[in-house]
Ligand binder design. Structure first.
Ligand code: SF4
Length: 224
């Protein structure tokens, strides 16, 4: 996994994203004027013995792209850290920066695209370029029992990786929706889908806290 992380951090396969991840740092808001932005691809983060894998979309411009850790330092990260803490998958309710002591237990967090995309919209070529890393991460996580996909793009990217890893698995009929749980035949994991905890969802009321935490409670029950 360490070797994989190093390869991810050095990746520059997507020219548009390579440019954008650096540009974002140049146009940083005043509140982060003293930050040295990460501005590189983000590897996954968490417990390598995890039974739960959480797959997001991509690093946020001033979240992961700034701090250098998945779901760290922005609103989505706050929602995720709090839910993971409340259901026993994290040691603290906040994920703020790389040296904050936040750690995951029995959970691993990743994304279908490792570089921040303009307007949070990676194109299909970028998703395909990055898919190899998700495939490798899933292979390394030997204890996986549940994969939680946050948003429809995360679900599509995850299905793409699973088709490569488990061509015999029956993945037809899997659709995105909040709190849905699938047990595809010939796949050794459950698949769970949820809205992404982005501000567009949490601040508009599309995703309320009770709906969000209920997904993690359901997963905790399954793992028991
Ligand atoms: S998005 Fe993925 S494949 Fe593209 S440059 Fe970043 S790490 Fe490499």
């Amino acid at each position: 996994m360490e070797e994989l992380r190093k390869r991810i951090v050095e990746c520059d396969l997507c020219p548009r994203l390579v440019r954008f991840r650096v540009e974002v740092a140049k146009r940083r808001p005043k509140r982060y004027k003293d930050w040295e932005y990460w501005s590189r691809p983000l590897p996954g983060f968490g417990d390598e013995k995890a039974r739960l894998l959480i797959v997001g979309l991509a690093p946020a411009a001033h979240g992961g792209n700034r701090t250098g850790r998945m779901f760290t330092g922005d609103g989505s990260g706050s929602w995720l850290a709090k839910a993971l803490y409340e259901t026993g998958f994290a040691n603290k309710p906040e994920s703020l920066h790389r040296e904050d002591g936040f750690s995951l237990k029995d959970a691993y967090v990743t994304a279908v695209v490792r570089c921040v995309p303009p307007k949070n919209r990676p194109n299909s070529e970028e998703i395909e370029n990055c898919n190899q890393y998700l495939v490798e991460e899933i292979k390394h996580l030997k204890n996986l029992k549940v994969i939680l996909c946050l948003g429809s793009v995360a679900l599509k990217g995850t299905l793409k990786a699973l088709k490569k890893l488990y061509p015999e698995a029956d993945l037809k009929g899997i659709k995105f929706g909040h709190g849905l749980l699938y047990r595809p035949s010939k796949l050794p994991f459950l698949l769970v889908t949820s809205y992404h905890p982005s501000r567009q969802n949490t601040q508009t009321g599309r995703l309320r806290w009770e709906e969000w935490i209920s997904v993690f409670k359901k997963i905790r029950e399954v793992l028991r």
